[in-house]
Write a protein that binds this ligand. Structure first.
Ligand code: HEC
Ligand code: HEC
Ligand code: HEC
Ligand code: HEC
Ligand code: HEC
Ligand code: HEC
Ligand code: HEC
Ligand code: HEC
Length: 358
């Protein structure tokens, strides 16, 4: 009984409220249009003298709305309130050690933190009162990202990217964390147009299998680690496990990656007839014409490569039948030869410069 009356009232209210709001806003719009020129004349000198509307340095968003907008949707912004994190953290009894990376400015001694999530201050330091003109620092070095991404940092250190100083922010926008190119493949091809060589004619690339599907392939751990930190594939290396992860149909062994449970053959049927990747690669490399690798050359390269441990583990893995048919094995062999040659050349050059210095 008691409930009926308010409910009845609620049904009327929206209509009345709507009419009222409409009326009020009409009046406001009309009067503000009239008042606007006067208000502007009066307000602007006042604003300058009082400074009431000058953004405080700690209100980064007021002056950097574009950066704020990129960051606001990122996993960094939600590193604390992300339900995946928050629920696991709760279920573990809220250990403080998690907050080192999932909040900003965590103090182990007090258990307090400045802000939830990875905020502006995590990478730009504490607010500088007279910024601008005082300069906010920028921590853009890869080692710094690695303090919270230790496994990824470890993987990266193993690669040519580390020695060539191609760091996290060369590939990732530090605010959105997305890759610098909308299409990550294009980012790879853009830098590697010179070194792709025969690789660009590999059946996989021709079928549109993306660079990171092989080079950053990650077999998900059976049990997700409590802290969420597992390999992210940033060593960009190809191992026997890479091939096995997709080609489970041929080998009947291995750990399939999601999407490839039924093997590569099954997936091939779902791939588009004319994927965009080959065209893009051809545009960047200016190639596109068929290159013919003579079978004798392939066999020579394979024989040479068999001497190397890396490839022999690949063969021990049971890949021989699969691999002999593929240009990919040729590539492994070719690149190992090339790498050896490069090393020999580097050594020779190093010797030469040493001699010059003597
Ligand atoms: C994960 C680390 C990180 C976080 C979090 C971060 N930044 Fe940055 N910021 C960087 C790096 C690295 C650069 C250097 C520019 C680059 O590499 O593109 C940068 C550059 C900038 C620049 C100057 C150049 C530009 O890109 O416009 C501004 C302004 C800036 N950040 C503001 C902010 C604000 C505001 C926030 C919070 C909403 C924020 N940053 C959060 C790492 C970060
Ligand atoms: C009152 C406006 C204003 C506020 C508030 C503000 N910035 Fe800036 N910021 C600027 C301007 C203007 C520049 C460009 C300075 C230049 O190019 O000389 C700048 C530049 C930067 C840069 C590039 C390095 C530098 O200092 O030139 C970073 C990084 C940055 N801001 C981060 C931040 C962060 C983080 C916050 C919040 C803690 C913040 N800013 C708050 C106006 C502001
Ligand atoms: C204070 C710790 C901290 C720092 C510093 C930090 N990150 Fe992160 N980052 C995190 C956390 C935590 C997450 C995951 C958030 C979540 O999902 O709950 C993350 C997520 C990411 C992701 C997205 C992962 C995905 O699955 O999409 C990328 C990319 C990334 N960070 C790159 C960087 C880069 C580049 C830098 C350096 C400029 C950096 N981070 C610095 C803590 C940090
Ligand atoms: C900013 C340029 C740049 C981008 C972007 C880039 N690379 Fe590289 N990459 C390099 C340089 C420089 C080297 C080291 C010299 C070399 O081996 O060619 C390298 C080396 C490599 C190597 C050789 C293996 C090694 O450890 O030395 C592989 C494989 C590789 N990159 C794959 C990729 C993939 C896949 C992508 C896309 C996710 C990518 N790269 C994006 C510049 C880049
Ligand atoms: C050569 C380019 C390159 C470099 C260098 C690089 N990344 Fe990445 N990273 C990528 C690409 C490409 C992806 C996949 C993104 C996508 O699919 O949009 C990725 C994905 C990630 C992810 C998400 C992984 C996942 O499993 O969801 C994280 C976290 C990350 N990178 C962190 C880092 C950190 C930290 C560094 C520096 C130590 C770094 N990256 C250096 C290219 C790079
Ligand atoms: C079928 C899996 C596969 C795919 C897809 C793939 N690669 Fe590779 N890639 C390989 C193998 C195998 C090697 C040789 C590995 C070695 O030398 O250890 C290689 C080697 C490389 C190298 C080193 C070449 C050198 O001369 O040192 C680069 C750079 C590279 N790939 C870039 C890319 C790019 C860019 C893409 C996407 C357009 C891509 N790869 C797609 C399997 C793949
Ligand atoms: C050394 C820094 C660090 C610590 C400490 C840490 N994390 Fe993380 N955590 C990360 C980063 C970085 C990611 C992003 C995963 C990646 O590398 O792709 C992440 C991701 C996660 C994820 C997956 C979120 C998603 O969106 O996929 C969960 C869940 C998580 N962490 C929970 C925890 C818990 C619980 C703890 C404490 C036991 C903890 N983390 C401690 C750095 C850390
Ligand atoms: C991301 C999944 C994936 C990975 C990783 C992968 N492949 Fe494939 N591979 C495929 C698909 C899909 C096809 C197309 C299958 C078909 O057409 O029947 C294929 C086809 C092949 C073929 C037949 C090529 C042809 O000319 O028809 C060979 C050989 C091959 N892969 C070898 C390899 C080797 C060696 C590796 C490791 C370096 C590897 N693959 C890694 C998905 C993958």
């Amino acid at each position: 009984m008691k409930n009926n009356l308010p409910r009845h009232n609620r049904n009327i209210h929206p209509v009345l409220a709507g009419l009222l709001v409409g009326l009020i806003s009409m009046i406001l719009v009309v009067t503000s249009v009239w008042a606007a020129p006067q208000a502007a004349l009066q307000a602007s000198p006042q604003q300058q003298t009082t400074g009431d509307t000058t953004p405080e340095p700690d209100d980064c968003a007021a002056c950097h709305p574009d950066v704020e907008a990129q960051w606001a949707n990122s996993l960094h912004a939600h590193a604390y309130d992300d339900p995946l994190f928050f629920d696991r953290w709760k279920s573990l009894g809220e250990p403080g050690e998690c907050l080192v990376c999932h909040t900003t400015g965590y103090q182990a001694t007090t258990g307090e933190y400045a802000d939830p999530g990875v905020t502006c201050e995590a990478c730009h330091g504490e607010v500088i009162e007279n910024h601008p003109p005082a300069v906010m620092p920028i921590r853009s070095d890869t080692d710094y990202c690695g303090t919270c991404h230790p496994i990824t940092l470890g993987e990266w250190r193993l690669t040519g990217h580390a020695s060539a100083d191609v760091g996290c922010t060369d590939c990732h926008n530090p605010h959105s964390q997305h890759s610098r190119f909308d299409n990550p493949d294009e980012m790879c091809v853009n830098c590697h147009k010179e070194s792709l060589g025969e690789h660009q004619n590999d059946a996989h690339i021709q079928k549109g299998i993306r660079c990171i599907e092989c080079h950053a392939l990650v077999i998900p751990p059976d049990v997700p680690p409590a802290d969420g930190l597992s390999p992210t594939g940033h060593s960009f290396t190809i191992t026997p496990a890479t091939c096995v992860a997709c080609h489970t149909d041929i080998l009947h062994v291995g750990n399939p990656i999601p999407g490839y449970e039924a093997g590569a053959k099954a997936v091939a049927e779902t791939l588009p007839d004319s994927p965009a990747l080959p065209t893009m690669v051809a545009e960047y490399t200016g190639a596109g014409e068929e290159t013919n690798i003579a079978p004798e050359q392939q066999i020579q390269a394979l024989e040479a490569a068999l001497a190397s441990t890396r490839l022999s583990t690949l063969f021990q893995g049971g890949l021989i039948g699969l691999a002999l048919g593929g240009t990919t094995t040729y590539l492994v062999a070719r690149n190992q030869l090339q790498a050896r040659r490069d090393h020999e050349q580097e050594d020779a050059e190093a010797d030469a410069t040493e001699q010059n210095h003597d």
